[in-house]
Design a protein around this ligand. Structure first.
Ligand SMILES: [Mn+2]
Length: 327
């Protein structure tokens, strides 16, 4: 659990600020954007003028999150505090770190990744939290913010998407109680589940189709690689794997799933998922990335085939050391 002293320090910094810069991670997901928009709205209700920012543009599939239209990609306004949301390390904030005077302001780090490097002046970091949204809720409680339907919806997006509908192994009765509170405040679970989990753009379905046609399975590892050319052919413009790694892990006998996506700049985005009993955060850390025990990712150098070989080699080695006793 978050220490009260940490919550107190974070609240204090926020109350002393006028225009905090709130930043979620690049290639944003539902938790990043839900937590970002919730905190922005809550601080506005407290008389602050927060700037909600994400270095990458927000895909239209997130338009169902209230307030997402006010998330900016460029910041030239004054700010006097930085709040990093759902970022395991400073690089996840993207180019905002290069803003003049960025380092001269205090930084609150709100995150739940087990690989978080505690880069803030205040680290509201709890790897047992199911989502950063859970931590934002704790902070809002501490600030005495009253939950309304919009706030509750934003936060429920974080809980639902990061737990894939309350089915990850970090979902405890505490997480469910947080969700109940959000529903009592007016958030609709069917609305959030429908938009957050059950709908995806046609280009994503085509992207999955292309990836599935090149599926490989060996030694408990199921994987696929997506070249830039394939991605262009199906019209998928995102850099993420669009949930594909989680889907691949649903295959019987899959212990670990892996998706490598070639980006415009030639670098390769790698997403990893593991069945309970394996730790892919360790693998991601070795490549300079981060994440959770069962879901992690990193970025590595191209070309695609070389990256595939490199990652598989490390993964096979890790799987041999980590082989659970029942295997
Ligand atoms: Mn998260």
């Amino acid at each position: 659990m978050t220490k009260t002293a940490t919550l107190r320090r974070a609240s204090q910094l926020l109350q002393e600020a006028e225009q905090p810069l709130l930043v979620c991670h690049v290639a944003p997901d539902g938790d990043a954007l839900g937590s970002l928009t919730a905190l922005a709205r809550a601080l506005r209700s407290k008389g602050l003028s927060p700037i909600a920012a994400c270095a990458d543009s927000v895909p239209s599939s997130f338009n169902y999150i209230p307030g997402v239209e006010s998330v900016v990609q460029d910041v030239d306004d004054f700010f006097d505090l930085v709040v990093a949301i759902d970022c395991s390390d400073p690089a996840r904030m993207g180019r905002f770190q290069e803003l003049p005077h960025f380092d001269q302001h205090p930084l609150i780090n709100i995150d739940h990744h087990v690989t978080n490097v505690n880069f803030g002046d205040v680290n509201l970091v709890d790897p047992q939290a199911a989502a950063s949204a859970e931590l934002v809720l704790r902070l809002l409680d501490h600030l005495g913010v009253c939950l309304d339907e919009t706030l509750a919806t934003c936060l429920l997006v974080g809980l639902v998407t990061d737990t894939r509908g309350f089915r990850t192994d970090n979902v405890t009765s505490r997480v469910m109680r947080a969700a109940l509170r959000l529903m009592d405040a007016g958030a609709s679970l069917p609305y959030v589940t429908h938009h957050g989990l059950d709908r995806r753009p046609m280009s994503v379905v085509r992207f999955w189709g292309a990836a599935l046609s090149r599926l490989r399975f060996e030694d408990g590892i199921v994987w696929s690689c997506l070249s830039l050319e394939m991605r262009r052919r199906v019209g998928y413009q995102g850099d993420s794997d669009a949930g594909l790694a989680s889907f691949l892990l649903s295959a019987d006998d899959a212990r670990v799933s892996l998706v490598l996506v070639e980006r415009e700049d030639g670098a390769i985005d790698v997403g990893l998922r593991a069945a309970p009993g394996f730790d892919v955060a360790r693998v991601a850390l070795r490549f300079g990335g981060g994440g959770h025990v069962l879901a992690a990712g990193f970025e590595t150098e191209g070309p695609l085939e070389a990256a595939e070989e490199r990652v598989l080699e490390v993964l096979r080695r890790e799987l041999r050391c980590q082989r659970p006793s029942h295997a």
